[in-house]
Design a protein around this ligand. Structure first.
Ligand code: G6P
Length: 628
C-alpha cells in the first residue's frame, strides 16, 4: 500500500526519496510524488505523477532537476479519490504553508472537511489527506498568534490535529516557514526514523525498512501518538502531550542485498527458492537436541510456561489472505495433535461477530507484515477482552509483533513479492512447532511419535529443495496451460487447506479465475461448471482420504476436466485419474502442506510469466494492507 520516505541532511534529497520509494514499490501503488526544498529556502517544490514511479523519475531527471536537501516522498494506493496526479501526495495548504504525505485513512475527514470549509478553506482534491494538511494549517495559524517558537508552533498544530483526527496515519510534514525541519507523526500506520552518518549526515523517515536500508541501519520505531522532529543534526521525539521522550535506536540486521533480486528475474522466484533456508531458520533454533539424541521444541522465547500452555482451553487463529490459509492448516494440525479445540477466522470477519472468547483462550494472530489493519484490530479486540495473544510475524518490530503478549518470529527475511511464498512456508513451520509443543506439555503425544514428528519437520527444508530441483516439469505444464480460463483446486481435509492457497496464488498473479473447493462439496453445485478442458488441480496428500479424492477426480474427469494430480511419493494410484502428476517426498501427512504448496507456487509463477504479467506487482494488490 502507500509508502513514505523523507530526508533532511547534507545531500540532495530528491534522488534519495526516489530511491527509497523504489524500494517500496512492491507494496503496490498507483501514483507518486515528492516535495523538496532547500534547507535555507521557504519555497517547496512539489512534483507528482500518476502511474509508475518511472514517470516521476523521468519528469525530474531521476531527482536531479529538483534541488534541495530536505523533502518527503510518497507512493499512493488510492482509497479516497481516483488514482490521478491531482490526488497523488504530497498534499498542501495555500502557498504550501503545510505540505504532507500520509499513509492510512482519516475516518472523519468529511466532518473535518465541512468544518474547514466553513472556516473558508477550499479543497482541491478528493482525498482524506488534504484534510490533514488544511487542519494543520488552521492550527499552525492559531499557534502563530500565541507567540510560540517555530518548533512549538509545529508541535501545537500536530498535537491538535492528532486529537481531532480519527483513523490511522503515518505522516511526513513540512512547514513552509521552517526550512531544514521535517516532522512526522503516527497512529496505527508504521513509521520509522533513521539516522544517517558520514557523507549522508542527516535523518530519514520511512513507512518501511527497505526504504532506508541504502542509507542507514540505525532506526527508531515510532509508536502510536508520537511525534518526531528531524533536522540535519538533531532528532527529537515527543508524545502527544508534546513532552519530549527518549527512545533507543535499533540496529537493522537485514542485509540490503536481502531485499534485492540477486540475479533472479523476479522477487517471487527468488523467494520461492529461499524457502529451504527460511524454513530451516525458523525451525532449527527452536528444536533442541539432547545428549541422548532425542529432540524437543523450545519456545521459551515466548515467555509462556508449560502450565500456561496446559491451561489453554481453546485456540483461535486469525489472519488475512495467505496468513488465514496458514490458520486453516494450523487448526487441523493443532487439533489433531493436542486435542485442544481450535477455530480459525478471517481477521476482517472476526471482530464483527462479537466473538466468544473464554478466559483461557489463546488467540494466535498470523501476519507476514505485522501491519495488516484487520489483523491488528482483531488483536486489539482480544487484548481489550483480556485474552492471551500470540503473534506469528515476520517483520521484526512491526505493530502486531509489539502489541501481542508474545511473538514467535518467522525468519523468512524481507519478502518483497506481493504474492507471499516464503513467509507462508515459515508461518506453517512456526505453527507446527507450537502444535508439537502444546501436545507435548499436554501429554497427548507419545514420545516416539513426537520424535518422529520432529525428525519429519527437520527434513522439510531438504525435501523442499528436492521439489525445487524439478521445477522445470511444472514450468512445462504451466506453459501448456497458460491460456486456460477457469481452474478448480480440490482436496479434502488438509488438502482443502492447500487448495485454498494454491487457488489464491494463481488468481493473484495470473488473473485466471480459480476457486478452491472441498472435494466432497463439488457435487452440491460446482460440478455443473466442469466442462471440456477445465483444469482441475486435485490434492491428494492425505492417505486416509486418498481414495475419496481419487473418486472425486474421476467424477470431474468423466465430465471433461483436465486433471493435475498432486500427491506424496508412493501413492501412484493417482495416475488412474490424473492427466499430469506431481509427486512430493513423503512426510507426516500433517506436514504435507509444506511440500504440496511448492508446486502450486511454481504453477502460479510460471503461468504468470507465460502470460507476460507483472509477477511481483500484480494489478490492484498491495503487499501490506494497512487499511480495513
Ligand atoms: C495481502 C498480501 C497477502 C497476505 C495478506 C495478509 O493481501 O498480498 O500475501 O497474505 O495481505 O498479509 P500479512 O502481512 O498480514 O501476512
Amino acid at each position: 500500500m502507500c509508502g513514505i520516505v523523507g530526508y533532511v541532511g547534507v545531500k540532495q534529497a530528491a534522488p534519495i526519496l526516489l530511491d527509497g520509494l523504489q524500494k517500496l514499490e512492491y507494496r503496490g501503488y498507483d501514483s507518486a510524488g515528492i516535495a523538496v526544498r532547500d534547507a535555507q529556502a521557504e519555497h517547496i517544490e512539489v512534483v507528482k505523477a500518476k502511474g509508475r514511479l518511472k514517470n516521476l523519475m523521468d519528469m525530474t531527471d531521476a531527482g536531479r532537476a529538483v534541488r534541495g536537501s530536505c523533502g518527503i516522498g510518497h507512493t499512493r494506493w488510492a482509497t479516497h479519490g481516483e488514482p490521478s496526479t491531482l490526488n497523488a501526495h504530497p498534499h498542501y495548504s495555500r502557498e504550501k504553508r503545510v505540505v504532507v504525505v500520509h499513509n492510512g485513512i482519516i475516518e472523519n475527514y468529511q466532518e473535518l472537511r465541512a468544518k474547514l470549509t466553513r472556516k473558508g478553506y477550499a479543497f482541491e482534491t478528493q482525498t482524506d489527506t488534504e484534510t490533514v494538511a488544511l487542519l494543520l494549517d488552521c492550527y499552525y495559524a492559531e499557534a502563530a498568534e500565541k507567540g510560540l517558537s517555530p518548533r512549538e508552533r509545529a508541535l501545537f498544530a500536530i498535537r491538535n490535529m492528532m486529537i481531532r483526527v480519527r483513523g490511522s496515519y503515518a505522516l511526513g510534514i513540512l512547514f513552509g516557514d521552517q526550512p531544514g525541519a521535517l516532522y512526522a507523526a503516527r497512529k496505527d500506520s508504521p513509521l520509522i526514523v533513521g539516522r544517517c552518518d558520514g557523507e549522508l549526515r542527516g535523518h530519514m523517515i520511512a513507512s518501511d525498512v527497505p526504504a532506508v536500508l541504502n542509507y542507514t541501519r540505525s532506526v527508531v520505531y515510532i509508536d502510536n501518538l508520537e511525534i518526531a522532529c528531524l533536522t540535519q543534526d538533531e532528532l527529537r521525539l515527543y508524545n502527544v502531550d508534546c513532552e519530549e521522550i527518549e527512545k533507543p535506536f535499533t540496529e537493522i540486521k537485514w542485509d540490503a542485498a536481502a531485499a534485492e533480486k540477486g540475479g533472479y528475474e523476479h522477487f517471487m522466484m527468488k523467494e520461492i527458492s529461499e524457502q529451504p533456508r527460511a524454513v530451516r531458520d525458523t525451525l532449527s533454533p527452536r528444536i533442541h537436541e539432547e545428549e541422548d539424541g532425542s529432540r524437543s521444541v523450545d519456545l521459551s522465547e515466548l515467555g509462556l510456561t508449560d502450565d500456561d500452555l496446559r491451561a489453554v482451553s481453546r485456540v483461535t487463529l486469525i489472519g488475512c489472505g495467505s496468513a488465514y490459509h496458514v490458520g486453516v492448516v494450523g487448526r487441523a494440525v493443532i487439533e489433531r495433535l493436542s486435542r485442544v479445540p481450535c477455530e480459525v477466522d478471517l481477521a476482517s470477519e472476526f471482530r464483527y461477530r462479537d466473538p466468544m472468547l473464554e478466559e483461557n483462550a489463546l488467540v494466535i494472530v498470523i501476519s507476514q507484515s505485522g501491519e495488516t489493519a484487520d489483523s491488528l484490530a482483531a488483536l486489539r479486540l482480544c487484548k481489550e477482552r483480556g485474552v492471551r495473544t500470540l503473534a506469528i510475524v515476520n517483520v521484526v518490530g512491526s505493530s502486531i509483533a509489539r502489541e501481542a503478549d508474545a511473538t514467535l518470529y518467522t525468519w523468512a527475511g524481507p519478502e518483497i513479492s506481493v504474492a507471499t511464498t516464503k513467509a507462508y512456508s515459515t508461518q506453517l513451520a512456526a505453527l507446527y512447532l507450537l502444535a508439537v509443543k502444546l501436545s507435548s506439555v499436554r501429554g497427548t503425544l507419545d514420545a516416539a511419535r513426537e520424535q518422529q514428528l520432529l525428525a519429519d519437520m527437520l527434513a522439510l527444508p531438504d525435501q523442499i529443495e528436492q521439489i525445487l530441483a524439478d521445477k522445470e516439469r511444472v514450468q512445462w505444464f504451466a506453459n501448456k496451460m497458460s491460456a486456460c480460463r477457469d481452474v478448480f483446486f480440490i482436496g479434502r481435509g488438509l488438502d482443502y487447506a492447500i487448495s485454498l492457497e494454491g487457488s489464491l496464488k494463481l488468481k493473484e498473479i495470473s488473473y485466471i479465475h480459480s476457486e478452491a473447493y472441498a472435494a466432497g462439496e463439488l457435487k452440491h453445485g460446482t460440478i455443473s461448471l466442469i466442462e471440456d478442458g477445465v483444469l482441475v488441480v486435485a490434492l491428494a496428500t492425505q492417505p486416509d482420504l486418498f481414495e475419496k479424492v481419487v473418486s472425486n477426480m474421476v467424477e470431474v474427469r468423466s465430465r471433461g476436466a483436465y486433471l493435475f494430480g498432486l500427491t506424496l511419493c508412493g501413492q501412484y494410484a493417482i495416475e488412474d485419474a490424473a492427466n499430469f502428476t506431481v509427486y512430493v517426498p513423503r512426510t507426516d501427512p500433517l506436514f504435507a502442506t509444506s511440500l504440496a504448496v511448492i508446486p502450486l507456487q511454481l504453477l502460479a509463477y510460471y503461468i504468470s510469466c507465460a502470460r507476460g504479467l507483472d509477477v511481483d506487482k500484480p494489478r490492484n494488490l498491495a503487499k501490506s494492507v494497512t487499511v480495513e
